[in-house]
Design a protein around this ligand. Sequence first.
Ligand code: GDP
Ligand code: MG
Length: 381
Amino acid sequence: MQQCLVIGRTNVGKTAFVLNFAEYLGLSRVEITFNYPDGFATKQTFRLEHARQELIGQGQHKTRCLQALELNVPAGKTKKTILLTDSSGFSEGIPTDKSVRRAVAQTLLEIKQAALVLHMLDASGPGAVGEVDRQIANYADTRGGYVILANKMDLPQAREGLERIRGQFPKQLILPISALYKRGFKEVKAIVAIVFNHLLGAGSAFSVGWAIRLMDDALDQDVDLIWGKPNWSIRLGPGVTAYALFAFAIALVLDPATGLCLLTSAYAIGMLSETRVLPTKLPGYIEGTALWLAAAWRFGLPKAWVALGIMIAAQLIDDLLDRAQDQWLKSPNWTTKLGFVGTVLVCLALLAVLYSLDAWMLAYAIISFVYFQLQERVSKQ
Ligand SMILES: Nc1nc2c(ncn2[C@@H]2O[C@H](COP(=O)(O)OP(=O)(O)O)[C@@H](O)[C@H]2O)c(=O)[nH]1
Ligand SMILES: [Mg+2]
């Protein structure tokens, strides 16, 4: 699961933020996993008020491990689950307590792996930005997906503090918030949605586009050779499978739901008229449908339908663009069944439905589709 990690010095309000942000997104109970640096992990369910009483505190290093909770962030009409992790605070200098040192080392490791790092500063304090904050900023900045939260904006001194923070980090995105009063949470939610849904979703759709393109090229190699179409399989030889696998692996790492729903949809459509029995002992169209159903079962029907709709639309557009070639090769093409105008109308209706269901996923798909069409048609000339 993709992770959003909250870091910062002790007492800046990380735990308060994590719990109140969970409440802001609609949770009344949280299940928190405590991951200790030695590998030990326990889970505990809290009512939010209770969690606040137990976990927010003035005490030094109340948080000595990574405390992770699952959150649903809206993604179009569906939701996506991410892990919001509260880390143990950094303090100036090297901590003398060994367990604190280990917790800090654990947090540093997580910074590398998290998809989004929220670095929290206490804008109300006299030393809003400490040496350790500058170090973390330098370290975390190299990885992208890094945002500074200037907390405690409800306190009077915080305005000046915010100006100082802006002066120190002129190039960073800085969001002023109040973890206690849930101010500025709308902006944080927008950032979380952009990073977790849009960047990852778009990246996944693009990578899966590559995987499908490469596999298609392997299947269509002979036809493309005759037709003089650019074909990666001709260029790369048998190595094309390795690249296709690699592209698919990237899609899965970025966003498994988008990647798998799109791939199984493409496969299901490609196999629709395949009645031959495949090595699974299933006819092609059953195998394709079964895989799509498995993805739907795992990631939810809304996502799977949208992915299927996108692939059907892509097929229709492809058929419209390639109708001359398909007629010549006598390969199946929707325009022969629906007519040119019919196909355009069906495609437009489908795009309208997809737009209302999940405009974002449609947007990523369109970006990838246009990219691949351009690539194909430009290199053809
Ligand atoms: N005024 C104010 N106090 C806050 C805010 N956020 C946290 N605090 C207080 O700061 C202290 C430390 O909070 P905590 O979440 O435990 O900090 P952590 O060590 O970073 O996890 C607690 O007393 C909180 O009530 C805020 O937005 N405004
Ligand atoms: Mg804490």
